[in-house]
Design a protein around this ligand. Structure first.
Ligand SMILES: [Zn+2]
Length: 221
């Protein structure tokens, strides 16, 4: 694995100066709404996508911290820094990043982890499973858990627990998973399970520890 990675051509962000508009990757002229049936230009995407391990500023995340090595399309996005389009017809995990909008290499790395959390948790929205996955990836690489309300906005129920409690819970699960050397898949599975539970009842940190111990996860190979 490491030899294969070593053989790849490595790009730095500052060398990536061909940054077309997002529309270039779509068939047709209606890029306003991406939904089931939106057709991406797969041939062009396959030709231009660059894996995270090929980007100088992201490479250590994959090699040293075992973060998934997703491919990236660099392009100009009208109002976002990064995006995934899981409703579209790209059948492999792919993210779009507008690197021109990143304020610093650190900001770019956090954006990669955020989009990777969307891909790994199979969710477009910022639901509980996403929030845990994002924190898992962040904390694995030495970052603090996210304090962004945006990253937790779909967690809030009409009644029950507060946004702050959801933030604490999502960071707690991430931290327990890392301490127990859980895989990303197990963490996403547990986060999805707890997320579904939260829609019907509150979950306290104590109850969480018990659920965590009992969670029937597939054994690692
Ligand atoms: Zn997002």
């Amino acid at each position: 694995m490491k030899n294969a990675l070593a053989a790849q051509q490595i790009f730095s962000l500052i060398e990536i100066n061909e940054i077309p508009d997002f529309e270039e990757y779509l068939y047709g002229n209606d890029p306003i709404w991406i939904e089931e049936g939106t057709q991406f230009n797969h041939a062009l995407i396959e030709q231009r996508q660059i894996h995270a391990s090929q980007i100088k500023e992201l490479r250590d995340l994959i090699i040293d911290y075992d973060i998934p090595d997703y491919p990236i399309i660099f392009c100009q996005l009208s109002n976002m820094l990064g995006a995934t389009y899981l409703e579209g017809d790209v059948r492999w995990p792919l993210m779009f990043i507008d690197s021109l909008k990143a304020e610093s290499p650190e900001h770019f790395r956090e954006t990669y982890l955020h989009e990777a959390a969307h891909l790994a948790s199979n969710g477009q929205d910022h639901d509980f499973a996403f929030a845990v996955t994002n924190n898992f990836l962040r904390m694995k690489t030495g970052l603090l858990p996210s304090d962004s309300d945006y990253d937790h906005r779909m967690c809030v129920l009409d009644e029950g627990q507060s946004l702050t409690e959801f933030k604490i819970l999502s960071a707690l699960i991430a931290s327990m998973s890392i301490k127990s050397s859980w895989t990303l898949e197990n963490t996403v599975g547990f986060a999805t399970y707890v997320g579904a539970k939260l829609y019907s009842e509150p979950v306290t940190p104590n109850a969480l520890a018990e659920l965590f111990d009992k969670f029937d996860r597939p054994s690692c190979t």
